[in-house]
Design a protein around this ligand. Structure first.
Ligand SMILES: [Zn+2]
Length: 234
């Protein structure tokens, strides 16, 4: 009787301890970014994104109370990274990197190229708001890349796709240079990311200075639509 009581008491205590620990763990994971928590090295910021993508791919995403996060970020924001991504509905940066309210800036445009407006936005995201990393995120089977490869003409989209033409011209792959050639489309998508990464420091003294000072890292990455995995280029 004594041992039975002891056993039951032990189980109860264990459950209580697990409950408390679990509550604390979830609270820490869901804490919103603050200037103190944003104070990462650029490498740590990239590692944080990689860890988030690993959680996604592994089916272990963090489930937070977004309403609580909205309340907690209403007065200020301190995102640790900025993503330049495609508008593709299957590549939402917050979900791809398992991030939430106030965690990352996102600039999205068909074909994830950069122009003056996006570079200016990234200057704000880093120099003013303190983000430590920029990821230019391309993806396979991209409709914008295919459109640029095939010289698609449609309203304002014609001018949008013109931003990707330099990557088309600079890319090589076996087979025909059209959207039916998946290898060529992938080559253009990767070249397009690399050109955007290079353009950020070539066209922005603000970003170049932050990289030189060790306050910012800019990397390219490719997302795989079939797996959700992001492969970083550096
Ligand atoms: Zn796309």
């Amino acid at each position: 009787m004594l041992s039975r009581r002891s056993f039951c008491g032990c189980v109860t205590l264990s459950l209580a301890a697990a409950s408390v620990l679990g509550t604390r763990a979830v609270a820490a994971e869901c804490a919103v970014m603050t200037p103190e928590r944003q104070d990462l090295t650029p490498d740590q910021a990239i590692a944080r994104l990689k860890a988030g993508n690993e959680r996604l791919v592994g089916g272990k995403t963090i489930n937070c109370d977004l309403v609580e996060q909205i309340k907690a970020t209403a007065a200020a924001q301190a995102p640790f990274a900025a993503i330049v991504g495609c508008i593709d509905s299957r590549v939402p940066p917050e979900l791809v990197f398992d991030q939430r309210i106030g965690d990352i800036f996102c600039a999205r445009v068909a074909g994830n190229f950069v122009n003056t407006d996006i570079i200016g936005s990234l200057e704000f995201a880093t120099k003013v708001a303190g983000a430590r990393a920029i990821v230019v995120l391309g993806h396979n089977d991209c409709g914008a890349i295919k459109g640029a490869v095939d010289h698609v003409k449609l309203g304002n989209l014609t001018a949008t796709l013109a931003n990707i033409r330099p990557a088309v011209a600079a890319s090589r792959a076996k087979g025909e240079r059209n959207a039916k050639n998946a290898a060529f489309v992938q080559a253009v998508a990767e070249t397009n990311v690399k050109m955007a990464v290079a353009a950020l420091t070539a066209r922005s003294r603000v970003l170049k200075n932050r990289v030189a000072a060790g306050q910012l890292r800019i990397v390219g990455a490719m997302h795989d639509l079939a797996t959700g995995r992001v492969n970083f280029m550096a």
